[in-house]
Design a protein around this ligand. Structure first.
Ligand SMILES: Cc1cc2nc3c(=O)[nH]c(=O)nc-3n(C[C@H](O)[C@H](O)[C@H](O)COP(=O)(O)O)c2cc1C
Length: 399
């Protein structure tokens, strides 16, 4: 009997996709607290002749160094380079004891990458792509190199030849983003081609593109049953509780104050990472920050108290009567919150779509307006679930 799709999903690795500028360490930490994904990949580190000089900066992935085995997810470092020599030079700075798997980015669509034959630029010629990946894989040894690729540069018709060039290699995993470079991030990822990759490649294949929640992941695994996992990219920003949704099999709901304090924790983690990274690392190492909170108000309250005490010197939680000072955090941390919000609001009820929230000039104003929007909710709980019809309005679909 064919296993039910739910059982296949349970046995698969559902992870956070790398997103440059977004899934840096503070976001990864917060996502782990929010909904405990099993595994994540760093955004790419651009490797050149001059960088990194002697060692990988520890801020790139503290999970590999000071926070080794402290947080409940595995982390795969990703590099991008148009020069295989430089990739290997940097790879030697991360021995297998530190990074059992190392990923090469063969998908970045930026003109800068393309021009340097890095990222999706590596896909310009299937033969040289195959040769380069084979060489890197041989140097690192079987089961160590992971590859993340797009379907091609201009057309998905390039994919079968690109796939054939690396299909027999003993890679740790092959992640296929079901779009071409020309697609950017628009249009629907071509899951049937990813299934073809999963049938032909020797390595476990992971799908990337358009996984947004329990319903889309079920459809993906029905259409591509040979997959060993899936990565969620923009979907984790639209609904950071998406891993809870997938585990439970239905969308999540929480109280407004749970949600608001979870967001406050996000901005405070960003603030701490920006201004006192060592303080944050010490608190994580001692187990005071990093425990799962999910949709549990009590757990978020405890974390909010811990973080406000460090950042403001006064422990408190946000509620309907409590305001924040207008210059509460640095513009960097506030900016990070606004970027997250641009995606997140597309997963919320309509009262949160107000432009006034986006236009808030300070953290205090932002949370005041958020609480105000929350008063318009019909039910005492706040549902968070992906709403496809809103993606074109916000949530980064245009990019
Ligand atoms: C802002 C942004 C930055 C990204 N940065 C990276 C990156 O550093 N490395 C990478 O392999 N993919 C990167 N991607 C691609 C994602 O990992 C993922 O493959 C893509 O967004 C498709 O998945 P989605 O439809 O779930 O978002 C990025 C995507 C976005 C939107």
């Amino acid at each position: 009997m064919k296993p039910a799709v739910e059982a296949i999903i349970e046995q698969s690795v559902i992870s956070v996709a790398p997103m440059e500028g977004l899934t840096t360490f503070p976001m990864r930490l917060w996502l782990s607290i929010v909904s405990q994904p099993q595994s994540m990949t760093t955004p790419f580190l651009r490797v050149t002749r001059a960088f990194p000089e002697r060692e990988i900066p520890s801020t790139f992935a503290p999970e590999l160094y000071q926070l080794r085995d402290v947080l409940p997810y595995t982390i795969t470092p990703q590099f991008i380079s148009g020069d295989p020599e430089q990739f290997l030079r940097a790879a030697d700075m991360l021995p297998p004891s530190i990074a059992p798997i190392l990923e090469i980015n063969c998908g970045c669509p930026s003109p800068n990458s393309l021009g340097r034959l890095a990222g999706s630029g590596m896909l310009h010629d299937a033969e040289s792509y195959g040769r380069t990946i084979e060489r890197l894989s041989a140097h690192l040894g079987p089961g160590r190199l992971a590859v993340k690729m797009r379907l091609g540069i201009d057309s998905p018709e390039e994919f079968p030849v690109l796939l054939a060039a690396i299909a027999s290699l003993p890679l740790a995993r092959l992640t296929i983003h079901g779009r071409t470079r020309a697609d950017g991030y628009r249009g629907h990822a071509r899951w049937p081609l990813i299934q073809r990759g999963a049938e032909d490649a020797q390595a476990p294949v992971i799908a990337s593109g358009d996984v947004l929640g329990i319903e889309s992941i079920k459809t993906l695994f029905r259409e591509a049953p040979s997959l060993k996992g899936a990565m969620i990219g923009r979907g984790v920003l639209r609904n950071p509780w998406v891993f809870t949704e997938i585990r439970r099999g239905h969308p999540t709901e929480m109280s407004l104050l749970t949600f608001v304090n979870a967001l406050l924790c996000y901005v405070l983690i960003q603030e701490l990472w920006h201004s006192h990274p060592q303080k944050l690392i010490t608190r994580i190492s001692s187990g005071r920050i990093g425990n799962p909170c999910g949709t549990d108000y009590g757990a978020w309250e405890k974390l909010t108290v811990e973080l406000t005490a460090i950042v403001f010197g006064v422990p408190f939680v946000l509620n309907h009567g409590f305001g924040l000072p207008s210059d509460a955090v640095s513009p960097v941390a506030f900016g990070r919150l606004k970027i997250l919000w641009a995606y997140l609001r597309s997963g919320l009820p309509e009262s949160f779509a107000k432009a006034s929230i986006v236009r808030s000039k300070s953290l205090g104003q932002f949370f005041e307006r958020l609480l105000e929007a929350g008063r318009e909710l019909e039910k005492p709980t706040l549902p968070i679930t992906h709403q496809a019809e809103w993606d074109s309005l916000f949530a980064g679909a245009r990019g």
